[in-house]
Design a protein around this ligand. Structure first.
Ligand SMILES: N[C@@H](CCC(=O)N[C@@H](CS)C(=O)NCC(=O)O)C(=O)O
Length: 211
């Protein structure tokens, strides 16, 4: 399989963790999201992903999959062990809710494209953009902190999709200097996950395109 990735992309980071948890080898092609206005905007990458975002995964059969949650579902369906969701339907729904707070509510507001739009099209100062970023991360993290009972992972004793989404978002939050002292449970989940090789290997700083 081939993964189109960027070391700092938290959506690509999710897929790297899932591939590692499943023990799947993959080839990585780096797509620089910042240089020259973003190599993701080049026609050759647009031909792979019309949305011009990472991640994109090319399967062994040559199918191109995009959207990290769809890719992770595909990996879980085709390689069920270890499972990335609890078996019990209520526990699954709760676990998906944690993952979706990150993937659907926090991340889309703080992604490269909307932040760039705030700057270039809306003429916002960097300080206002940073305040926007912090606001949405903190709102999401407050909900997550109230909902989680780490044990030691976000949904209990097993690593799940919630951890896969949470750890990259925490990396981003720390990079953008969001204060984490109000979120001890979230920080605990992060520490527990980063002890695992699958998470450690997927870290941005451990990628071949890291800067
Ligand atoms: N919902 C998508 C988000 C993908 C996404 O927005 N990726 C970002 C990096 S984290 C990207 O490629 N941004 C480039 C751009 O918007 O120009 C997913 O989960 O895969």
């Amino acid at each position: 399989m081939k993964l189109y990735s960027y070391f700092r992309s938290s959506a690509a980071y999710r897929v790297r963790i899932a591939l590692n948890l499943k023990g799947l080898a993959y080839e990585m092609t780096a797509v620089h999201l910042v240089k020259d206005g973003g190599h993701n905007k080049r026609p050759e990458f647009r031909a792979i992903n019309p949305q011009m975002r990472v991640p994109a995964l090319v399967t062994e059969a040559g199918d191109v999959l995009i959207q990290s949650l769809a890719i992770i579902d595909y990996l879980d369906e085709t390689h069920p062990n270890p499972p990335l969701l609890p078996k019990d339907p209520i526990a699954r729904a709760k676990c998906r809710a944690l993952a979706q707070i990150v993937a659907c509510d926090i991340h889309p507001l703080n992604n490269v494209a909307p932040l760039r739009y705030l700057k270039n099209q809306m003429g916002q100062e960097q300080s206002a953009i940073d305040a926007w970023y912090h606001h949405w991360v903190i709102a999401g993290f407050e909900a997550l902190e109230a909902m989680m009972e780490p044990g030691p992972y976000a949904c209990g004793a097993e690593v799940t999709l919630a951890d896969i989404c949470l750890v990259p978002q925490i990396y981003n939050a720390r990079r953008l200097k969001v204060p984490m002292d109000k979120f001890p449970k979230i920080a605990g989940v992060d520490a527990a996950c980063l002890k695992l090789e699958a998470f450690d290997t997927a870290r941005p700083e451990n990628q071949p395109d890291a800067e």
